[in-house]
Write a protein of this length. Structure first.
Length: 300
């Protein structure tokens, strides 16, 4: 399907890599959203979908979900983001950004405009226009809502994810107007010969060529989902995105309610488990685990 954007193949590594580089990672909370437990951890049975959408589930049993993104400071590659979190407009008029279906899915949003990542970057003395790179784990609204805040950035998206989002609709969980801009989208083709394995992951790319930021292919939640491995002074960090919603997903093999492809999801889950086995000291950050979010350091 035609889009205003004309994505081009990514040319990796990006400029700015330097041997031995370590990045600084700053988790950013843009909002919280309550959700039924069965949305995050699938219930079985004929009427499981009702529980997943909260029908008949008391609100005091719903879970808190962080809507997060991450500032990454590379010593020579400049500031970059992993995902964008919610746009500031979501705090004022959610439907204007999320659309009708998104407003239905993301109910009772707790957010103030100053929680948007762009505002939090400015509070740190970083202008959003100085963000050189945004790595998109995937293009769902809670991750892509604020793309418009970074028109000067290069967006790294997996080719499979761009194809799914550009051809998809709200039924697939995408809000096209969030990303359908004439921005610099660069597509990473994990099916190419240039992809290589890394620490349990079958397909990966080194973003700067110095090992500091690596994207790994973790499809299943969406058809083109990818996660990010970072080398920090405090050790290795895996920003898993929605490859795992919660640590229980990893511990108990407990998937969320909706998946684009369950076979791919479980394959990615096995690769994350292998990564954890090979890198036992790594911090693994799931996509929507409030307890895990509260245990994170302010920076790494």
């Amino acid at each position: 399907m035609a889009t205003a954007a004309e994505p081009r193949p990514a040319e990796l590594p990006l400029p700015g890599g330097r041997d031995g580089s370590k990045v600084k990672l700053h988790p950013i909370l843009t909002a919280t959203v309550p959700g039924p437990p069965a949305w995050f951890l699938r219930d079985e049975g004929r009427l499981a979908w009702r529980k997943a959408f909260g029908l008949g589930v008391p609100k005091d049993r719903w879970l808190t979900s962080p809507i997060q993104c991450f500032l990454v400071e590379h010593p020579s590659g400049g500031p970059m983001l992993i995902d964008t979190g919610f746009h500031a407009s979501v705090a004022v008029k959610p439907r204007s950004n999320l659309g009708a279906f998104g407003t239905l899915i993301y109910r009772d949003i707790d957010m103030r405009p100053e929680q948007a990542a762009a505002a939090q970057l400015r509070a740190r003395g970083i202008e959003p226009s100085s963000v050189r790179t945004v790595v998109m784990t995937h293009m769902h609204p809670d991750h892509a809502s604020a793309i418009a805040d970074y028109p000067e950035a290069t967006f790294l998206v997996s080719k499979a994810e761009w194809d799914a989002a550009a051809d998809g609709s709200w039924r697939d969980g995408y809000v096209k107007r969030q990303f359908d801009h004439g921005f610099d989208y660069r597509l990473i083709d994990f099916d190419s010969q240039a992809a290589n394995s890394f620490a349990g992951f079958g397909r990966s790319f080194d973003v700067f060529g110095d090992g500091s930021v690596r994207v790994v292919f973790t499809p299943g939640h969406t058809l083109g989902h990818m996660s990010v491995v970072l080398q920090t002074a405090k050790g290795e960090v895996l920003v898993a995105g929605d490859a795992i919603f919660m640590h229980r997903t990893l511990a108990d093999d407990h998937p969320p309610h909706l998946l684009a492809d369950e076979h791919l999801f479980r394959r990615s889950l096995r690769e994350i488990r292998q990564y954890r086995k090979e890198t036992p000291d790594a911090v693994i950050i799931p996509g929507h685990d409030w307890e895990a979010w509260q245990r994170l350091d302010a920076s790494y």
